[in-house]
Design a protein around this ligand. Structure first.
Ligand code: DP6
Length: 364
C-alpha cells in the first residue's frame, strides 16, 4: 500500500456540528524503534504489546466554519481533563499540518479536543502513543461520517497511518495484543507506513501477558523522543543496531510461535539494554537509568535465578521499569513486586497492566 491510498478520492458530504470519541491504549515495545528518517519512517522494524489500562480517552467536538481557514492554519482548542492546554497546541498543529492531505476537511471545522489519561500525569509514562492514536481515531471516525462505507481493515490501517504522523510508536496502539511496525520479509503485510497486528502465531502463554510499570522517576522526560531519535543519525553503531533489530524480529517470531519464555526473557532484556546503550554512546550521551532502575534490574535477576520464574524487564527512553511476565505466574510475581521492588518506586507507586486488544470507539 502506498501513501496515495490514504488520500480520499471523493468529495465529502458536509457535516453539521457533532462529536466523536475514542479510547486508545499505550504500548510497550519489545523490539525498540529508535532512529527515524523521512516523514516519521522507522529505521528498523519494531514490535510491541498493546496495553490495556494505560490509555487516553479523547472526544472531538466539531462545528463547520463559515469560511475555510487558510492553508496550514487550523481552528482548534486542546483541553486536558477540561482544562485548556495551550502548550499542547503546537504539537497538535504540527500533526494537523502533516495529515491535512489525508484528511482535507481539517480547515473547514472548528475542533474542541478534550483528552484525559488513565495514568497520572506525573507518572513519567509517555502519553504520545495513546494520545496521538486516540486523536487520529477521532478524526477518522469523523471522516467516516462524510464518505461512503469502507472496510474495517482499511479504517484501522489509515488510523495507524495517521497516528504514526503524530508519534511513531502511536501507530502500534490501534490494535493488539502484538503489533509490528516496519517492513520485514518474514512479516507478511508489514509496512513502514502503519502498524500491523502480528500474525506469525502466538502461543497461549503470551496471552494476557502482564506488564507492571514501576514508577521510578515520575518527572518530565530528560530527552525528548525527537532529540533521541536524531541521536541515531550519526551514531557510530547505528547500522549494526538496525540490522540487529531485524534479526531480533525473526527470533521473536520463533519465540512467540513456540512459547519460548527463556528466549523471550533474553531477547527483551537485550533490546532494552541496547536502547540504553545507544543513548550512552551517542553524542551527546545520556544515562537515563537511575540508581533505582539498576537496583530493580538486579533484584529481578536474583529473583529469576532463585525461582526459575520467567520474569524480565524492559525500559522506555527513561528510568521507569516495565516488569513483564506470563499471567499464570501473576500471583507469585506480584507478591515479589510488592515486597521487594515497590520500595524503589517513587512513593511506592506502580501500575498493573497487561497486553490487550487496542483502541475502542466511545461514541457512534
Ligand atoms: C523508546 O514514538 O515517542 O519508546 O516518533 O518522535 O514521537 P516519535 O517517537 P516515539 O519513540 C518511542 C521510542 C521508544 C521505543 C518504542 O516505543 O519503540
Amino acid at each position: 500500500m502506498s501513501i496515495e491510498e490514504f488520500v480520499p478520492k471523493t468529495a465529502y458530504s458536509p457535516l453539521p456540528a457533532g462529536k466523536v470519541g475514542y479510547e486508545s491504549p499505550s504500548n510497550i515495545a519489545l523490539i525498540k524503534y529508535w532512529g527515524k528518517h523521512g516523514e516519521q519512517l522507522p529505521k528498523n522494524t519494531s514490535v510491541s504489546f498493546t496495553l490495556t489500562n494505560c490509555k487516553t480517552t479523547t472526544t472531538l467536538s466539531y462545528s463547520p466554519l463559515e469560511t475555510e481557514k487558510p492553508e496550514g492554519s487550523f481552528d482548534f482548542e486542546v483541553y486536558l481533563e477540561n482544562e485548556r492546554k495551550p502548550d499542547f497546541e503546537p504539537k497538535i498543529g504540527q500533526f494537523f499540518t502533516r495529515i491535512e492531505q489525508y484528511l482535507p476537511f481539517l480547515r473547514n471545522y472548528k475542533f474542541i479536543i478534550n483528552t484525559s489519561n488513565s495514568f497520572p500525569h506525573s507518572s513519567g509514562i509517555a502519553s504520545s502513543a495513546s494520545g496521538m492514536s486516540a486523536l487520529a481515531l477521532c478524526l477518522l471516525q469523523m471522516e467516516q461520517k462524510m464518505i461512503t462505507a469502507r472496510s474495517e481493515e482499511f479504517f484501522l490501517k489509515k488510523a495507524s497511518f495517521l497516528a504514526r504522523l503524530g508519534s511513531g510508536s502511536a501507530c502500534r496502539s490501534i490494535s493488539g495484543p502484538v503489533v509490528s511496525w516496519g517492513e520485514h520479509n518474514n512479516l507478511p503485510g508489514s509496512s513502514a507506513l502503519y502498524g500491523t497486528p502480528f500474525i506469525g502465531g502466538i502461543a497461549p502463554v503470551f496471552e494476557g501477558f502482564q506488564d507492571t510499570i514501576l514508577l521510578v522517576d515520575t518527572g518530565k522526560k530528560e530527552v525528548s523522543s525527537t532529540v533521541g531519535h536524531n541521536l541515531m543519525n550519526d551514531h557510530p553503531y547505528a547500522e549494526n543496531r538496525f540490522q540487529q533489530a531485524e534479526k531480533h524480529i525473526d527470533q521473536l517470531l520463533y519465540i512467540f510461535k513456540n512459547g519460548d519464555l527463556e528466549g523471550f526473557v533474553s531477547l527483551v532484556e537485550q533490546e532494552a539494554l541496547t536502547l540504553h546503550a545507544m543513548m550512552m554512546t551517542s553524542k551527546p550521551y545520556f544515562i537515563l537509568m537511575k540508581e533505582n532502575t539498576l537496583s530493580i534490574i538486579n533484584k529481578i535477576w536474583e529473583f529469576r535465578k532463585e525461582t526459575g520464574l520467567p520474569v524480565c524487564f524492559t525500559l522506555d527512553a527513561g528510568a521507569n521499569v516495565h516488569v513483564l511476565y506470563p499471567e499464570k505466574d501473576k500471583q507469585e510475581i506480584l507478591k515479589f513486586i510488592k515486597e521487594e521492588l515497590a520500595i524503589f518506586c517513587q512513593n511506592g507507586r506502580y501500575i498493573s497492566d497487561f497486553a490487550g486488544k487496542g483502541s475502542k470507539a466511545l461514541l457512534k
